[in-house]
Design a protein. Structure first.
Length: 318
C-alpha cells in the first residue's frame, strides 16, 4: 500500500510539472535543404546537444526541397516546426494559423551568381535567371530589381528548386545567372563565375529565416515549443559569441573546409541574433508583397508569439 502511494505521488508530480519530463518521441524540424547557413542554428542545436539538454531527446532535422513544401508540411501538421520564412508569409496573408516564434538569421544570404563577363545588373536584361517560384529566391530577386529601378519583366525566370540544380544550370549554360546562398555558390566561384551582388549588402538587417510553428502546436504543446526555442536561442548565442565554435558548426553543417568556413563566419556572424520584432517581420513581408498584384492587409503581430523567446533569454541570463 505504501509503495502504491509513493507511485501515485510521483505520477502526480510528473503530471503537474511536465517540465521535468523528456520528449522521447521524434520532433521534426524541417528546412528546405541541407547546408544552408541561414538554418545553421537549427543544426548547431543538434550538433551541440542543446535539444537534448532541454529535454527534446529525439529532435530530427528533415530536409524537404523547396520552401513551399516545408510550409505545406507545417500547415498540414506533418511537422511541428519549420523554417521557410518567405513562403510562409503568403500562407499568413491567406490567414493560415502559422506562428513566428524566433528569427534565426537576420540577413539576406543570397548572392546573384553570373558569368564572368557580366559587369552590372543591367547586363542581364532579357537573360534567363534561375530562381524558385514559390520560394524566397524569386521574391528576393523581384525586390532586388525594384531596388535598382528595374521592372519585374526585366528578365526571363526559370524555376529550378535547390542550389545544386541551379549551379548545374549555370555550368550547362542554361541560365545566365542564379540567386543562391553560400556555401553552394563556392564551387561556381572557383570555376570562374562571379558574385555580382551579395543581397545582404543591399537590404541591411532584414530577417531572412525564422523558426515557425502553428497556433495548434502552441495550444497543445507549449512546453515543447518553449524547449525547442530555448535550444535554438542557445545555439544562436553560441555561434555569435564563440568564433572557433561557430566556424566548426559551419564546417559540419555546410561541409566546407576551415578556410571557407572562416570567411563565411566573418561574412555572416552578425546575422545570428536571437530576436523577434514586428518591424523585422514586416520588413521580411515587404519582400513578398513586392511580388503580389494587390497588397494584403497584414498585421505582423497577429502571427508572432514572442513569449517563448523572452522566456529563453531570461533563463539563459540575457
Amino acid at each position: 500500500m505504501k509503495s502504491l502511494l509513493v507511485l501515485v505521488v510521483i505520477a502526480t508530480l510528473l503530471w503537474v510539472n511536465p517540465a521535468h519530463s523528456q520528449y522521447t518521441k521524434p520532433v521534426y524540424i524541417s528546412m528546405p535543404s541541407a547546408g544552408n547557413l541561414q538554418h545553421l542554428a537549427l543544426a548547431a542545436a543538434k550538433f551541440k546537444g542543446f535539444y537534448n539538454e532541454m529535454g527534446v531527446t529525439n529532435a530530427q532535422l528533415v530536409f524537404l526541397r523547396g520552401n513551399a513544401v516545408n510550409v505545406q508540411a507545417l500547415v498540414s501538421g506533418s511537422v511541428p516546426f519549420a523554417s521557410a520564412f518567405g513562403p510562409s508569409m503568403h500562407a499568413m496573408f491567406r490567414g493560415e494559423q502559422i506562428r513566428i516564434i524566433l528569427q534565426i538569421f537576420n540577413q539576406i544570404p543570397f548572392s546573384l551568381i553570373t558569368r564572368s563577363e557580366i559587369k552590372k545588373l543591367e547586363d542581364l536584361k532579357g537573360s534567363r535567371i534561375a530562381v524558385t517560384f514559390g520560394g524566397s529566391t524569386y521574391s528576393v530577386l523581384i525586390a532586388l530589381l525594384a531596388k535598382y529601378g528595374l521592372p519585374s519583366n526585366f528578365a526571363d525566370y526559370l524555376s529550378i528548386p535547390g542550389d545544386q540544380p541551379k549551379a548545374a544550370a549555370l555550368m550547362q549554360g542554361r541560365v545566365a545567372a542564379a540567386l543562391m546562398a553560400p556555401p553552394a555558390d563556392l564551387h561556381l566561384l572557383k570555376e570562374g563565375f562571379k558574385r555580382l551582388i551579395y543581397v545582404g549588402d543591399v537590404f541591411k538587417g532584414v530577417p531572412f529565416s525564422a523558426l515557425l510553428t502553428t497556433a495548434k502546436v502552441i495550444q497543445e504543446e507549449p512546453d515543447l515549443v518553449e524547449r525547442v526555442v530555448k535550444a535554438v536561442t542557445k545555439a544562436l548565442i553560441f555561434i555569435r559569441e564563440n568564433r572557433a565554435g561557430g566556424i566548426e558548426m559551419i564546417m559540419r553543417h555546410g561541409q566546407v573546409d576551415k578556410e571557407t568556413a572562416t570567411s563565411l563566419y566573418d561574412l555572416m556572424r552578425d546575422a545570428y541574433v536571437p530576436s523577434l520584432t514586428a518591424e523585422g517581420v514586416m520588413q521580411r513581408a515587404e519582400l513578398e508583397i513586392a511580388t503580389l498584384k494587390e497588397r494584403p492587409n497584414f498585421d505582423p503581430k497577429a502571427f508572432m508569439d514572442d513569449r517563448f523567446l523572452k522566456s529563453a533569454l531570461r533563463s539563459l541570463g540575457r
